[in-house]
Every structure is written in C-alpha cells, then in structure tokens.
Design a protein around this ligand. Structure first.
Ligand code: HEC
Ligand code: HEC
Length: 166
C-alpha cells in the first residue's frame, strides 16, 4: 500500500496539473491590488474614480499629474504588471459607479460576482451555472433593458479579462 505522504503528493501533482491545464498564467489583477494596494487605497474602482482621471488618453492623478506609469513602476508594484494595472485603473476611472449604485445591494462586489458566476471564452462572458451567454441573462435581470444589459456585460467582461489573464 502507498504511504499516506505518497498519496498526498500524487493528489497535489494532480491539482497543480489540472490548474496549469487551464492555460492561465497571468496574475489576477484584482488579487494583486487587494494584496498590495488595498491597505492604503481601499477598493480599486472607488480609488480610481476619486483620485484619477483621463485626459488626452493619459491617466492623471491628483498628486501625480503626469507620467503615472513611471510612478507606478516605483510605487509598490516593483515593475510587475505596470501596464496592466495602469489600464485597469484607466478603465475604472472612466466607468460610472453604476455597479455600486444598482447592484451592490445584492452582490457585494463585481469582482466576486465574476469569480463566482462567470467564465470568459474567446472574449465572451458566459454563466458558469447555466452555460448561457451572460448578456442574455442580464437582459431582464432586475428590470435591466437591452442598453443596461450591454453596459453591465461590458463591465463584467472587462473585469473577467482582468481576473482571468492569458
Ligand atoms: C503604504 C501605503 C501605500 C501603498 C501600499 C500603495 N500606495 Fe499608492 N499612494 C500612497 C500615497 C501616500 C500616495 C500619494 C502620495 C505619493 O505621491 O506618494 C499614493 C499615490 C498613488 C497613485 C497616484 C494618485 C494621485 O493622486 O496622483 C496611484 C495611481 C497609486 N498610488 C497606486 C497604487 C497602487 C497600484 C498600489 C499597489 C500596487 C499602491 N498605490 C500601493 C500610498 C500607498
Ligand atoms: C435585489 C437583489 C439583486 C439585485 C439588486 C441584483 N441582483 Fe443579480 N442576482 C440576484 C440573485 C438572487 C441572483 C441569483 C439567482 C438568479 O440566477 O437569478 C443573481 C444573479 C446574478 C448574476 C449571475 C447569473 C448566473 O448565471 O449565475 C449576475 C451576473 C448578476 N446577478 C448581475 C447583476 C447586476 C449587473 C446587477 C445590477 C444591475 C444585479 N445583478 C442586481 C439578485 C440581485
């Protein structure tokens, strides 16, 4: 009989293998933010809306008007995923806080909702539970009309691309 340690090692290998077979290696940007930035800045989208804005296609801060990319390089990211975090903050600074206003009452955060119920295939968001295209679910969920469904589908798809990185 195999000793218990050998069985555990086999199980672990199987787990690591099944994870790597999903072919994702990029870091979940929301995990990265929560790990390294949340303590000082709070929720990322709230921070982006309060402290940052987009001007002439560039992200600008209240304290750092220009060259935020270089700033980010030296500011707690240590060169890691700088462009990806920059793009995430830019998208958040541009997005009105509709999720907080219309959905947070029932869904704690958009990121958790995505992690729990959505998957991304070829850039399209699907429901984990039903396998349906998420946009079809959203159209009519909580009285959302087609334009609202398009807005929230785009929002959740963008977040999914920040969570499920290639
Ligand atoms: C220990 C606290 C601390 C941590 C951790 C931290 N920051 Fe900051 N951050 C600050 C302070 C203080 C400022 C404003 C003053 C300055 O320029 O340093 C700032 C400024 C910024 C700005 C510019 C805002 C503006 O008004 O111009 C951005 C963008 C930013 N931080 C992003 C991040 C990101 C991304 C992370 C995580 C990788 C992070 N910060 C982690 C304290 C922190
Ligand atoms: C009054 C509570 C409530 C509000 C407000 C609400 N939802 Fe939901 N939502 C639910 C419930 C309950 C479910 C799970 C049951 C279901 O599938 O309908 C759900 C499920 C979901 C799912 C997962 C669907 C799936 O297939 O697993 C998504 C995505 C979603 N909601 C998005 C939103 C968005 C976006 C908003 C804001 C516009 C929102 N919800 C507002 C109650 C709410």
């Amino acid at each position: 009989m195999l000793p218990i340690k050998a069985i555990l090692a086999l199980l672990l290998t199987a787990l690591v293998w099944s994870d790597s077979s999903s072919a994702r290696s990029g870091i979940d940007l929301h995990w990265l933010w929560d790990d390294r930035c949340l303590g000082c800045h709070g929720h990322s989208a709230d921070f982006a809306r309060a402290m940052l804005h987009v001007e002439e296609g560039e992200l600008r801060g209240v304290h750092h008007e220009t060259d935020l990319r270089t700033f980010l390089h030296n500011h707690y990211l240590a060169g890691m995923e700088v462009d990806a975090v920059y793009r995430m903050l830019m998208a958040q600074a541009r997005t009105p806080p509709r999720f907080s206003e219309e959905c947070r009452r029932c869904h704690d955060s958009a990121v958790d909702l995505v992690r729990e119920s959505a998957e991304l295939r070829d850039g399209v968001l699907y429901s984990r539970k039903s396998g349906r295209v998420m946009r079809e679910f959203l159209d009519g969920h909580r009285h959302l009309d087609a334009a609202d469904a398009a807005f929230f589908d785009e929002l959740l798809t963008r977040i999914a691309s920040e969570v499920y990185r290639p």
